[in-house]
Design a binder for this molecule. Structure first.
Ligand code: DAH
Length: 357
């Protein structure tokens, strides 16, 4: 058969010159595809005499194999070259300094909640939690605040919407953490020693009030718990929390859920417009407390003839502002990154008693 040498030279040359895989594929189709030049040549074998075919057949097959091998080899070569080029282009200098990434901070409320939890845990208090959407029974009635009681109106309660015709009393966003007392007593009975930190809600907004804020409730019930235990626990707490001896002052007060009730002030000084806790002759109110009312024990399923205890409720945001000198409560919840970076804590500043909280 004539022209096989030229054919070979032509295809091997073109394959050698191909610079992309796509061009190589085009060459494969043009040479070996159904209508490719070599395939067409193969068809000519049919019209040949047996003698001619015996010579031309093997020669054509050999050419076909040779072109095929050349295509495969070139494909591998092109792939290698592409990889080399990529490796060269994607070169990375691992000795360059890392890009600066800002790290988030722990919010003062979270930090103080951890501090409070650590101090009370050291005195044997466990943490209890309850729902933020409460029935009005847990938020009010069980705490001896009946429907007509002024405390209900005073608390600026958020009520949930009820569909028309639904006569059930509405749920409320809990106005204090006190309902967790009831839930804990119901579930665990007496004796108990718990704190309940969490979010509470009241329709109020100014420099020291936001519609959502944080409280921590305390509850200790046993057979002979007294106001003296309450006073010791609170003084111990404030001294650990502020890192300095803090005197407390108990003022007779009234809460429906405690009898007797006391508001507790801590010793402080107001000098040059700043508050300093643990010194001076001024007093700052920080919490409400008292001996748990027998009706409240009963609502929680505990027999008031056998058990008694103290309870208290304190604003977490307020004691955070006092300890860390934060002037405006509203900024706590503005999510302003500059504020968070200034007042926030490093994730590694985990409060511990031995580190002075
Ligand atoms: N629940 C009260 C409030 O939100 C605070 C409080 C006062 C809680 C006295 C108590 C308590 O447990 O005994 O204003």
């Amino acid at each position: 058969m004539d022209g096989l040498d030229e054919l070979r030279a032509n295809w091997l040359g073109r394959i050698g010159d191909a610079s992309t895989e796509a061009a190589l594929e085009e060459l494969r189709v043009a040479a070996l595809g159904k209508k490719g030049e070599i395939a067409l040549k193969m068809r000519e074998l049919g019209g040949m005499s047996p003698d001619e075919r015996q010579v031309a057949g093997p020669a054509l097959n050999a050419l076909k194999d040779e072109v095929n091998s050349a295509l495969v080899a070139k494909k591998v070569a092109l792939g290698d070259a592409a990889l080399d080029a990529r490796l060269r282009a994607e070169w990375l200098d691992v000795t360059l300094p890392a890009r600066h990434r800002r790290i988030g901070t722990i919010h003062p409320v979270s930090q103080v909640t951890e501090e409070v939890t650590a101090i009370f845990a050291d005195m044997g208090f466990a943490v209890a939690e309850g729902p933020q959407i409460e029935t009005d029974w847990y938020n009010f009635d069980a705490l001896n605040i009946p429907g007509h009681h002024p405390a209900r109106a005073e608390m600026d309660t958020f009520y949930t919407h009820r569909a028309p015709g639904d006569v059930r009393p509405p749920h409320v966003l809990r106005t204090h953490t006190s309902p967790v007392q009831i839930r804990h007593m119901e579930a665990n009975g007496a004796p108990c020693r718990i704190i309940c930190p969490g979010r509470v809600y009241r329709a109020d907004y100014d420099q020291t009030h936001t519609p959502m804020f944080h409280q921590v409730e305390g509850l200790a019930i046993d057979r002979d718990i007294s106001m003296a235990n309450l006073k010791w626990v609170l003084e111990e707490f404030f001294t650990a929390y502020f890192g300095t001896k803090v005197k407390t002052r108990f003022r007779a007060s009234h809460f429906p859920f405690t009898e007797p009730s006391a508001e507790v002030d801590i010793q402080c000084s107001f000098a040059d417009g700043t508050v300093k806790v643990g010194e001076g002759d001024d007093w700052l109110e920080v919490l409400g407390s008292g001996m748990v009312h027998p009706k409240v024990l009963q609502a929680g399923g505990i027999d008031p003839n056998e058990w008694q205890g103290f309870a208290f409720g304190m604003g977490i945001d307020r004691i955070a502002m006092l300890k860390y000198g934060i002037p405006d409560l509203r900024a706590f919840f503005d999510s302003d990154l500059r504020w968070l970076r200034h007042y926030g804590f490093s994730a590694l500043e985990v409060p511990t008693l031995y580190a002075g909280v």
